[in-house]
Design a binder for this molecule. Structure first.
Ligand code: PEP
Length: 250
């Protein structure tokens, strides 16, 4: 059984005080929810205040990026160990904004995934096509290439430890959402690829989240699809009421 995950990607929003307030409110609202795993991914500087706000609850803490090296002269970077030490158990890797604005490649994402797993963090690995690729019928080939690149050299034991997020880039922050059918088709395709690259049993275990303008108005239909195991939520995770509604949308 795959336990659904609803993860909030707060991107570069919420300073320490705002993050504490938002996490406290989310904790209050979701205290009775045990059927889903809730993950909050604030900016690095707000990790300690969110940790404080959710301490003792079942909410997990996550980060939005990390470096693949243990330590070193990498100005501005954060290691997996540092994230673990700050209380994180998840880390978003390969988000399309990191691919587009910071030049992250599948090879770099692959190194980060390996390091995250080695250290005991659960990576949420993002894949997804841009509008032009969807319109020219390349969605599957793009997603397959991202998956092959990101999972190169990863073994069966490791793959079970990660989460995949399908996030069509054209749907992120645009208000446009893939229809539940469109999203599920790609989720099914990803599961088939995992089955071919690893095996059927593993493919059935891996959680595949959908991301791209998920909001209370569309989350119920998206989450009802058989291959959609949760959501990675950006904009709508910045308000406790909308995040709460998404978590409770089934
Ligand atoms: C995201 O940041 O991963 C995302 C899906 O954003 P939004 O929900 O705002 O489209």
């Amino acid at each position: 059984m795959r336990v659904p995950i609803i993860a909030g990607n707060w991107k570069m929003f919420k300073d320490e005080t705002e993050a504490f307030e938002l996490a406290t409110e989310i904790r209050k609202r979701l205290k009775d929810v045990s059927s889903k795993r809730i993950v909050l991914c604030p900016p690095f500087t707000s990790i300690p205040s969110v940790k404080k706000a959710i301490q003792g609850s079942s909410i997990y803490l996550g980060a939005q990026n990390m470096h693949w090296e243990e330590e070193g002269a990498y100005t501005g970077e954060i290691s997996a160990k540092m994230l673990l030490g700050s209380g994180c158990s998840f880390v978003i890797l390969g988000h399309s904004e990191r691919r587009a604005h910071f030049g992250e490649t599948d090879q770099v994402i692959n190194k980060k995934i390996k390091k995250a797993i080695e250290e005991g963090l659960t990576p949420i690995v993002c894949v997804g096509e841009i509008l032009e690729e969807r319109e020219s019928g390349k969605t599957e080939s793009v997603v397959e290439e991202q998956i092959r690149g990101a999972f190169e050299g990863i073994n069966k034991k490791e793959i079970e430890k990660l989460v995949i997020a399908y996030e069509p880039v054209w749907a992120i922050g645009t208000g446009k959402t893939a229809t539940p059918k469109q999203a599920n088709e790609v989720h099914r395709f990803i599961r088939e690829k995992i089955s071919l690259l690893f095996n059927q049993e593993i493919a059935q275990k891996v959680c595949i989240l959908y991301g791209g303008s998920v909001k209370p108005e569309n989350s119920k239909d998206l989450l009802a699809e058989p291959d959609i195991d949760g959501a990675l939520v950006g904009g709508a995770s910045l308000r406790a009421d909308s995040f709460d509604q998404i978590v409770r949308s089934d």
